[in-house]
Design a protein around this ligand. Structure first.
Ligand SMILES: Cc1cc2nc3c(=O)[nH]c(=O)nc-3n(C[C@H](O)[C@H](O)[C@H](O)COP(=O)(O)OP(=O)(O)OC[C@H]3O[C@@H](n4cnc5c(N)ncnc54)[C@H](O)[C@@H]3O)c2cc1C
Length: 310
């Protein structure tokens, strides 16, 4: 087969494992993995993929992903170069509170640093793992707010490889969603607020303590597996179905939060797919509710294993 990316060999690698790049630590290799050094590099890779009909998958921290054991037949993009991890903080002297950060910026780092600098607006996202681009794409958040509350505008690479500036309104944020599918988020401008650092730190501590109390933070997971059904709670249904602690191989329904599947290192993605299928079937049988996935699946889907109806 013709090598589609021969001239981009400094930034495009073949058959790279993804297992270490997701929070479940499972899954097969990417057919290609790109690690662009600049936005222009990135645009070139995306443009080539569009021309050659190669599907593009942008990887953040992999905290909302389940990659199949067969891997991903396409181009996975990883924004780990310095340009995608740079944060421009406002200076205290000009009183501004506008922060510009790269799409690859680690969210824990961004949140804790904003708290330390007395900039309010991100502390409610404490304890949510991800890279800024993934956080924005998913409009991640919870009871203390969501990233859309502070985003002003974004620089993205569109599916044809064009570099574009989008306003927050154009990003189409909704509940745990956006219209950014197919775009690669490279840079994000956020408007925070100057406040007493001690007060922000107090709120941050409350958020962290609550997360630690209610979620299995120390185990390998990808957060909530299912979306809450209208007016209900997926975790509660799974709990009521008696599935807490139910395991397939190294994958288990968390005893702390039934909407989390936690895994032992070395677990196969197939075990997680099978467990997802059992949960969906049992919840459908007992309550007539078909649970939809919140996590994203990459690679050949194990459709039959995950079907809700028997
Ligand atoms: C312990 C734990 C707790 C969690 N708690 C919460 C919570 O409270 N609230 C919540 O909302 N989520 C939560 N999550 C889920 C997860 O943190 C979020 O979904 C987060 O947005 C994932 O970011 P990521 O960078 O890991 O994205 P990934 O999982 O890598 O990717 C998710 C999606 O974003 C896309 N994407 C990634 N980077 C980019 C980019 N630069 N440009 C465009 N698209 C991109 C991917 O293609 C994919 O479609 C939790 C997860 C864990 C493991």
């Amino acid at each position: 087969m013709r090598n589609l990316f021969a001239d981009l060999s400094e930034i495009v690698f073949e058959r790279e494992s993804l297992a270490d790049l997701t929070s479940y630590r499972v899954g097969g290799p990417a057919r290609w993995l790109a690690r662009p050094r600049s936005i222009d590099d990135l645009a070139r890779v995306v443009h080539r993929c569009a021309r050659e009909d190669v599907p593009v998958f942008t990887l953040g921290r992999g905290a909302n992903l389940l990659v199949s054991d067969e891997g991903v037949d396409g181009m996975v993009i990883r924004l780990d170069a310095p340009v995608f991890n740079r944060v421009e903080w406002p200076t205290a002297s000009n009183g501004g509170a506008s922060v510009m950060a790269g799409g690859g910026t680690d969210m824990y780092r961004l949140v804790s640093e904003s708290v330390r600098r007395g900039l309010a607006g991100l502390e409610g996202l404490g304890g949510i793992p991800g890279r800024l681009g993934g956080i924005v794409r998913m409009n991640a958040g919870g009871r203390w707010g969501q990233i859309a509350d502070v985003v002003r505008d974004l620089t993205v690479v569109d599916p044809l490889g064009g570099i574009r500036r989008l306003s927050a309104a154009e990003a189409g944020f909704g509940y745990r969603r956006s219209n950014l599918g197919g775009m690669v988020v490279c840079q994000v401008r956020m408007e925070l607020k100057r406040e007493d650092p001690a007060a922000i730190r107090e709120r941050f501590k409350v958020v962290w303590a609550s997360k630690r109390r209610t979620q299995p933070m120390a185990e390998l997971s990808a957060g909530c597996v299912f979306k809450n059904p209208p007016g209900g709670s997926a975790g509660l249904l799974i709990d009521r179905a008696g599935l807490k602690g139910h395991a397939v191989g190294g994958a288990r329904v968390s005893e702390l939060h039934a909407n989390f599947i936690v895994v032992r290192p070395g677990t196969a993605a197939d075990d997680i797919f099978t467990l997802i299928g059992r949960i969906r079937r049992e919840v459908a049988r007992r309550f007539g509710v078909e649970l939809d996935l919140e996590i994203e699946v990459w690679g050949r889907r194990r459709v039959r294993a995950m079907e809700a109806t028997v």
